[in-house]
Ligand binder design. Structure first.
Ligand code: TYD
Length: 213
């Protein structure tokens, strides 16, 4: 059954773990699942990812940054997401167009309207059926991330705390603007409790979608 679910959150919110748990659950239920991530998920996207996240690229301008994220996204949509949905898969994507609104829009203070237009162009208008937002205090999330593998630390995480606070606030606004699409979960809860909340919502969505087909 084709369903498109994206995961969003500030640094260290535990998206990777929750995507893995949901993928395992859906797989056990016999559904075909495609898991992917942004930026990356394709050969071209991974090359763009390396450009974007290299800590040495301190001179990257915010507009250039926005366009590179959108370029990686366009490739992922065309090469992976649309074909998987067409094949009837459930697609789980770690970050999507909302990340650009939160990070480049709210974080860097770039105008939202052109970013939304570029996002619509990059995705060909493909919107998620559900966006799971894992909410965590910025400082706590960055500490979690720092405690992880050193090579995972990237240029975005090097930005000031105030930047990450704006990103989190941006997510809250995006979720409030479209409550039907967003599931907001407190990411400080135990992993199992977060998974239960996500699984309940996805289960309801699957039943609703099955009812329509
Ligand atoms: P990644 O290592 O994948 O981090 P995470 O596990 O938090 O997803 O790095 C992706 C970084 O890029 C992360 O800091 C968020 C940022 N980002 C943007 O600024 N804009 C975007 O459009 C996307 C997709 C990611």
């Amino acid at each position: 059954m084709s369903l498109f679910i994206t995961f969003e959150g500030p640094e260290g919110s535990g998206k990777t773990t929750q995507i893995r748990l949901l993928a395992e659950l859906l797989d056990a239920e016999g559904l075909a699942v495609t898991t992917t991530r942004e930026p990356g998920g394709t050969r071209i996207g991974n090359a763009v990812r390396a450009l974007l996240l290299d800590p040495a690229h301190t001179e990257m301008s915010p507009r250039s940054e926005s366009l590179l994220f959108q370029a990686a996204r366009a490739q992922l949509v065309d090469e992976v997401i649309r074909p998987a949905l067409a094949a009837g898969n459930v697609v789980l994507c770690d970050r999507y167009a909302d990340s650009t609104l939160a990070y480049q829009g709210y974080g860097h203070g770039q105008e939202l309207a052109p970013l939304r237009q570029l996002g619509a162009y990059a995705t060909g208008g493909l919107l998620p059926d559900l966006t799971v937002y894992l909410d965590i205090d910025v400082q706590a999330g960055l500490e979690r991330k720092r405690a992880g593998a050193a090579e995972e630390w990237n240029r975005m995480e090097n930005k000031a705390l105030a930047f990450h606070e704006r990103v989190r606030e941006g997510y809250h606004r995006l979720a409030a603007d479209e409550p039907a699409r967003w599931l907001v979960v407190d990411a400080v809860q135990p992993v199992a409790a977060i998974h239960a909340a996500v699984a309940a919502r996805v289960g309801a969505l699957l039943r609703a979608t099955a009812g329509k087909q």
